[in-house]
Design a protein around this ligand. Structure first.
Ligand code: 8DG
Ligand code: MG
Length: 169
C-alpha cells in the first residue's frame, strides 16, 4: 500500500508534503502604438485558468534569468520580441483547494517594433488570441487568471512602475 505523507493546510484539508511552490513569470507587454494598454489573452484548452485572461508567460526554466524567461515566453506565445525588459512586481499566489502555489514574477517590457509589430497567436490550442487592453478598463475580476487578479488586488499598476522607472533615469 502506498503511504502518502500529508500536512494540514489552512482550510483543514491535507496536501502531499513533497509539493513545493513553482515559479511563474507573467509579462506586461506594452506598445507605443497602443498607449496605456497591455497585452492579454484568454486561456483555452486543458490548462490551469482556461477561460480566463492572462498575460503572456509561463514557468521559469532551470538556470534561466527572469529576463530570459520573459523574452522566451513572449516570443513563443506572441511572436513578439521585447526591449527594455525590467522587473515590476512579485506575488505569492496560493489557491490551496486547487493545489496551486506560484511565486509569480511580473516583468514589464516594450515591444521591439523593428521586429514583429503586432502579436500573433502562436499557440492557438492554449490561447484564444491576444488583445491590447487598457489597464484602467480591464475585464472584470471574475475573468482574470489568478496571478493577474491577485496582482491587481495588491495594487500592482505597471504604468505607475514604468513612470517611476523613467523618472529615475
Ligand atoms: P511552460 O509550462 O511551457 O513553461 O509554460 P506555458 O506552456 O506557457 O504554460 P502556462 O500555463 O502559460 O504557464 C505556466 C504557469 O505559469 C501557469 O500555470 C502559472 C504560471 N504563471 C504565473 N503567472 C502567470 C502569468 O501571468 N501568465 C501565465 N501565462 N502564466 C503564469 O504564475
Ligand atoms: Mg503560457
Amino acid at each position: 500500500m502506498a503511504v502518502v505523507s500529508a500536512a494540514a493546510m489552512s482550510n483543514g484539508n491535507f496536501h502531499d508534503v513533497n509539493m513545493r511552490p513553482k515559479v511563474g513569470v507573467g509579462v506586461v507587454v506594452t506598445s507605443c502604438q497602443h498607449p496605456d494598454c497591455i497585452l492579454i489573452g484568454r486561456r483555452r484548452g486543458k490548462i490551469t485558468g482556461a477561460g480566463l485572461y492572462a498575460l503572456p508567460g509561463g514557468h521559469l526554466e532551470f538556470g534561466e534569468s527572469w529576463e530570459e524567461c520573459a523574452r522566451r515566453e513572449t516570443l513563443e506565445e506572441t511572436g513578439l520580441s521585447l526591449k527594455d525588459v525590467c522587473f515590476s512586481f512579485v506575488i505569492n499566489a496560493v489557491m490551496e483547494e486547487k493545489d496551486y502555489h506560484y511565486i509569480t514574477l511580473f516583468m514589464s517590457a516594450e515591444i521591439d517594433a523593428t521586429k514583429e509589430p503586432e502579436p500573433l497567436n502562436m499557440e492557438p490550442e492554449k490561447c484564444e488570441g491576444w488583445e491590447w487592453v487598457k489597464w484602467d478598463d480591464f475585464p472584470p475580476d471574475s475573468q482574470l487568471f489568478h496571478p493577474l487578479l491577485v496582482a491587481r488586488q495588491r495594487g500592482f499598476d505597471p504604468f505607475q512602475t514604468l513612470r517611476e522607472n523613467s523618472s529615475r533615469i
